[in-house]
Design a protein around this ligand. Structure first.
Ligand SMILES: *Cc1c(COP(=O)(O)O)cnc(C)c1O
Length: 383
């Protein structure tokens, strides 16, 4: 956010999210430029930011949608995503959600248990349809990210373990209203060292051999999402290393002829375009600490409280002043929880009541995870 924008927003009620649509455009352009030459198919993970304006902008670029609930499928289709580019994952798909997805003829159900495949078969039969499914396989690859966003280990609740594959194929072959079209994987989120993606490719190659020896045709491999962003220095790397990321799959995945590769990216697309803008309510001196008490808290952005995650914090009102002294602050919200803290020992320009504070990289898993705890109002969004 530059100072002109601050002038524009300074009078606004705080807190609010500011989404930089130009930056989002630039991001999706870079994503397409990096994925197109390989013929890769990318689905935008709706759960990272489901704001209708954002969905409309992304759907116009032709990306598909990756959904984890019936309402996400509904929102994506209403925002212009084509149902034949919608994939649906999640360990707990309800009958209502499955029925809705069947009615809309989505591209693929990413199935996470044997019982789920049986239920989809039953419901598809009632609608006289054949549901296209991918098996979400648990590759047992460590993403080396926060435990709460690691999803590809055997002890995680996601996916089906490879040891159950024999049984899965048997269930599928007895299910007349199911067509197996793909294999699906997703190892975790905010992955910045790309090595886990190489390990994933190697694991997928092994698993493909298993299917080959049984003469089972797999039309597509869906490698999920999880590409991380630079939370520390968002201005240096506003766009994630898409080329390097896609090149790994090009180099390491051994594809069968005609096989498509699908991706499900969320955070990497929407993360850095968002800033949570908040006003300093009070500067409170503690014994060893100075607290900046903001009018935004974990109800607007829960990531620091939930995953101990780092967001760059800036004093938007004082940032441009050159000769100002600096101080260290614990930057906290107004919510009645000690975990309601955006950052400890944050060095900022000497800050006063009324200053605007920017919490950067809040475009993904911010607004969508907001709550009304303490009967808080939903923060506005400005573009
Ligand atoms: C959350 C999720 C994604 C997107 O993850 P990002 O880290 O935001 O890219 C993709 N696929 C599945 C199945 C998910 O649950």
């Amino acid at each position: 956010m530059n100072s002109r924008l601050i002038d524009r927003f300074g009078v606004q009620d705080t807190p609010f999210f500011y989404y930089d649509l130009k930056m989002l455009h630039g991001n999706v352009d870079a994503l397409k430029a990096a994925s197109k030459p390989h013929g890769f198919h990318v689905h935008y993970a709706i759960k990272s930011n489901a704001n209708s304006r954002i969905l409309e902008l992304i759907s116009e670029t032709g990306l598909g949608a990756d959904c984890v609930s019936g309402n996400e499928i509904k929102a994506s289709i209403e925002s212009g995503f084509s149902p034949d580019k919608v994939v649906f994952a999640g360990v707990g798909k309800s009958d209502k959600e499955i029925n809705y997805a069947l009615e809309k003829n989505i591209f693929c159900f990413n199935c996470e248990s044997i019982q789920e495949i049986e239920v989809i078969n039953e419901l598809a039969e009632k609608q006289d349809k054949v549901a296209k499914i991918a098996i979400r396989l648990n590759p047992n690859v460590n993403a080396y990210t926060h435990a709460y966003i690691t999803t590809g280990l055997e002890e995680n609740k996601f996916g089906i373990n490879a040891s159950q594959l024999e049984e899965v194929l048997e269930v599928i072959s007895n299910s007349e209203n199911i067509k197996l079209i793909g294999l699906h994987f997703h190892i975790g989120s905010q992955i910045t060292d790309l090595t886990p993606f190489k390990n994933l490719c190697n694991k997928i190659n092994e698993l493909q051999q298993w299917f080959l020896t049984r003469n089972v045709t797999i039309e597509h491999i869906n490698v999920g999402g999880g590409l991380g962003i630079d939370y520390e220095t968002p201005d240096l790397h506003p766009i994630p290393p898409y080329e390097e990321y896609f090149q790994i799959f090009k180099d390491f995945l051994e594809l069968q002829s005609g096989q498509e590769v699908h991706f499900e990216l969320g955070r990497s697309i929407t993360g850095n375009m968002g800033t949570l803008v908040s006003r300093v309510l009070y500067v409170k001196k503690g014994i060893n600490t100075n607290f900046l008490i903001l009018d935004a808290g974990m109800t607007e952005l829960i990531r620091p409280a939930l995953y101990q995650s780092y967001h760059k914090i800036e004093n938007l009102s004082k940032r441009h002043l050159v000769d100002i002294s600096r101080a260290k602050y614990d930057v906290v919200g107004p919510i009645c929880e000690s975990s309601d803290c955006f950052g400890k020992d944050v060095t900022l320009e000497e800050t006063e009541r009324g200053d605007l504070i920017g919490i950067r990289s809040a475009g993904a898993y911010g607004e969508v995870m907001a709550s009304s705890y303490n009967l808080r109002e939903k923060a506005k969004v400005l573009f």
